[in-house]
Design a protein around this ligand. Structure first.
Ligand code: NAP
Length: 527
């Protein structure tokens, strides 16, 4: 397998006609070969037209066909072998174990959707049978089912080159829903993106699906992403990245003649609240776990614990001493790319002017894009009065907010914007005496954790990876876990529709054997 630097459009690998760029090894700053071509707007249009042509076939594909396709995608990713691992390491600076783990997560995610989709639960089939004799008015036969929304544009994330990129959660859930996918690959890992796209293209071919099922469009700059979101055939967008990027896409969508949903997962500081009894009991242990979570992946996780809130006192000082020592021992770590590194440096230096620096990690040796971890602090009053220090700094930095008492702790948590996660460390029974705090935090997060750390997002059925704005643009959905599929389906109601033309999910005899709601009752029985 070789990396060509080409685009995948309608099943063909073609050179982008809008120029070229090179990926960079962030550990060394060296340019990586080959040069990657950039797709032009005309090429985006071509790919989108092919996706539109494929949409009806995918919408009507059986659940088994989709499961087979998802499993074949996973097989083909594994078949890429070590070339994928080596290229992803070179483009991201992430270690081998992380990339191999992420590959497993990516394949596991595809297989989870394969298992999930065949059960048919996501279709949420509902039937209200006709009541011709009802007085004063008869009721018609009404049948409800979820169907694919149409072509989906997916933006690969910089910080998960596999699990949130070309064949990541957005793509897997859109395929599971029966949607064609067009990926805007992230420019900082374009070779990795191409290899993953080669695997998906082989899966499309092996499963006999239309060539417009999947396309990869590359390009550094805003042109490719903007053209995709503006294309009339695109019906939804999946995005993980910066608040500025996500909101720019929302704006583009709102300016379309037909606005579409943009499911953007953006900034989050993931507050961690340390309750007094927990600190008394195990300040050292919590501090060790916190420092580990903060430094994992050089802090480049959307669930990184960027904020700690606690009542001031000797136990909090003990926590700071242990966490600070761990952070001071941390050598500078390679960040994903120059832009992210620069944003981190600027963010920390900006915060340093407004907060106290408690600890700093080892300095960079000047090669590549290396970040120095940091632990900062401020009072609750300073925090509440200054929203500028509530923003995410993407990287290994966390701000400790010292509160004078439990009331001020609730006030500081109340000042927070929407978050992906919120965490509380508490002793047995302690949370019950802080129910106001738990309530306030729960209203601001997508996932509330007790006595854990937010990094590490399980791919499962009960996961919520989303949250109130600005963590995500639509609080009703998750981008991780089986219900991520709900973003890419829409309900349709068929009224008095001929039985023989109904989709299988709604036919009287229930040929799929799925769980349906018939006249308000859950059942697998036919009618
Ligand atoms: P980004 O700048 O938001 O870019 C993500 C993707 O969106 C890229 O493909 C980019 O295209 C595209 N894009 C961004 N703005 C656009 C616009 N106005 N129009 C069209 N396309 C646009 O995110 P990033 O490169 O991953 O990292 C930058 C910052 O994002 C980080 O420093 C961090 O603050 C944040 N981030 C947050 C998370 C999180 O999960 N919370 C994850 C990753 C990054 P191009 O490649 O063409 O620029």
């Amino acid at each position: 397998m070789t990396i060509s630097g080409n685009q995948l459009i309608n099943g063909q690998w073609v050179e982008g006609t809008a120029g070229s760029y090179n990926a960079v090894n962030p550990a060394t700053g060296e340019t990586l070969e080959p040069a990657m071509s950039k797709a032009s707007s005309a090429q985006v249009e071509e790919a989108v037209a092919a996706a539109e042509a494929a949409a009806a076939t995918l919408r009507k594909s059986s659940l088994e066909q989709r499961a087979q396709f998802l499993n074949t995608c996973a097989d083909e990713i594994l078949a890429l072998g070590d070339e994928l691992v080596q290229r992803a390491m070179a483009e991201t600076g992430l270690p081998e174990a992380r990339i191999i783990g992420e590959r497993g997560r990516t394949m596991g995610q595809l297989r989870m959707f394969a298992d999930y989709v065949v059960k048919g639960d996501y279709l949420d089939a509902r039937i209200d049978t006709a009541m011709p004799d009802r007085e004063p008015l008869p009721r018609p036969d009404l049948r409800y089912v979820k169907q694919s929304i149409g072509p989906v544009a997916v933006f690969g994330a910089s910080n998960f080159p596999l699990a949130f990129s070309v064949a990541g959660g957005d793509t897997a859930s859109a395929f599971a829903a029966g949607c064609p996918v067009l990926v805007k690959g992230h420019s900082s890992h374009s070779g990795t993106s191409e290899l993953m796209a080669q695997a998906l293209a082989r899966a499309v071919e092996k499963c006999g699906l239309p060539s417009g099922t999947f396309s990869l469009l590359m390009g550094a700059g805003r042109e490719v992403g903007s053209a995709l979101v503006q294309a009339p055939e695109i019906k939804a967008v999946g995005f993980t990245g910066s608040l500025a990027g996500g909101m720019a896409l929302v704006k583009l969508s709102n300016e379309r003649p037909e606005p579409i949903p943009v499911f953007a997962e953006m900034g989050s500081v993931n507050p961690v609240v340390l309750l007094p009894e927990a600190l008394k009991e195990r300040a050292d242990k919590i501090a060790e776990g916190f420092a580990f979570s903060l430094n994992m992946g050089v802090g480049q996780f959307c669930t990184n614990p960027g904020l700690v809130l606690a009542i001031d006192g000797p136990e909090l000082n003990q926590f700071i001493e242990v966490a600070g020592a761990k952070i001071a021992d941390q050598p500078a770590g390679v960040m994903l790319n120059e832009t992210i590194h620069q944003a981190y440096q600027e963010g920390v230096s900006n915060y340093c002017g407004q907060t106290e620096t408690l600890a700093q990690g080892g300095e960079s040796d000047g090669t590549g894009f290396k970040a120095r971890a940091a632990l900062l602090s401020c009072s609750a009053q300073e925090f509440i009065a200054n929203p500028k220090i509530h923003e995410e700094i993407f990287g290994p930095v966390s701000l400790i907010v010292r509160c004078s008492d439990a009331e001020e702790l609730v006030a500081a948590v109340s000042a927070l914007k929407g978050q992906l996660t919120g965490t509380v460390h508490c002793a047995d029974g302690e949370l019950a005496s802080h129910s106001a705090l738990a309530d306030v935090l729960a209203q601001r997060v997508g996932r509330l954790l007790i006595n854990g750390f937010p990094t590490g997002v399980e791919v499962c059925h009960a996961m919520v990876h989303g949250g109130p704005f600005p963590a995500a643009t639509d609080v009703r959905f998750t981008s991780v876990g089986s219900t991520a599929i709900d973003r890419f389906v829409r309900p349709i109601c068929l009224q008095n529709y001929p039985q023989e033309l109904l989709p299988d999910a709604l036919k009287n005899e229930n040929p799929l054997g799925i769980l349906r709601t018939v006249n308000g009752e859950k059942t697998r029985e036919g009618i």
